[in-house]
Design a protein around this ligand. Structure first.
Ligand code: C5J
Length: 223
């Protein structure tokens, strides 16, 4: 599939070049999505995020079957926490906080069970995982270099949370020249109003940061 195909999207159709496009799955980690993880400990309703698992799972299997590029990200920190700004550690005023021991190991620390990707979407050995200390997937990572080396110019972005790590990554990607399509059924927020606002911000002003569509529109082309 070297030619482009139009995907129905807002604010207008997205010209999809499959060989130049990566599926970027943001932070589908146990600490955010599972009961007993960091997100749940902060009082959030993980069901708001878990509704994205099935659409992501279907999309991922079709994407893999089409032989296209998949990249996963995880938010987290070194075990010595030297990449964790004090401001980030204390701002949430949570007890326990990032780096402390929680029900799934040390919270958002690399190598701990809670930091890992949920089993439903677990990366295959040939799929890159970007470990990122920030909200954006480009900050302090080699994502841009990897995408450039693979001649990727477009990203289909899914994952959590819509208004935080998804939105930050879309903005970073936009500034680096990537076209981004965000799939609304495959991204989630703990807060329904932020889900709506986060998606509106991307597609406003004739797509100031990118496009928004649904996984069914991509599956209709690949499936
Ligand atoms: C947050 C994320 N919300 N992956 N992380 O802290 O969106």
């Amino acid at each position: 599939m070297n030619n482009s195909v139009m995907i129905e999207a807002e604010p207008y159709s997205f010209e999809f070049f499959p060989k130049q496009c990566a599926l970027l799955i943001i932070d589908m980690q146990r600490d955010f999505l599972e009961g007993g993880g960091f997100g749940a400990m902060l009082g959030n309703d993980v069901a708001q995020l878990r509704r994205t698992i099935e659409p992501n799972r279907t999309l991922l299997s079709i994407w893999r079957a089409a032989g296209l590029l998949v990249i996963h990200t995880r938010e987290g920190h070194r075990s010595d926490l030297r990449d964790l700004p004090l401001s980030k550690k204390i701002r949430g005023q949570s007890r326990p906080c990032i780096g402390d021991v929680g029900p799934m190991g040390r919270i958002l620390v690399r190598g701990e069970p809670g930091h890992d990707i949920i089993p439903e979407l677990y990366p295959l050995p040939n799929e890159s995982i970007i470990d990122k200390p920030g909200k954006g997937a480009f900050y302090a990572t080699d994502l841009h270099v990897i995408l450039q080396n693979l001649n990727i110019t477009q990203l289909i972005i899914t994952g959590v949370t819509t208004e935080v790590c998804v939105n930050t990554t879309v903005r970073e990607a936009n500034d680096r020249g990537y076209d981004c399509l965000v799939l609304e059924d495959c991204v989630g927020s703990y807060f329904p109003e932020f889900q709506t606002a986060g998606l509106n911000m991307i597609k406003a002003q004739k797509g100031i940061f990118g496009w928004v569509s649904r996984s069914a529109k991509v599956l209709a082309i690949l499936g």
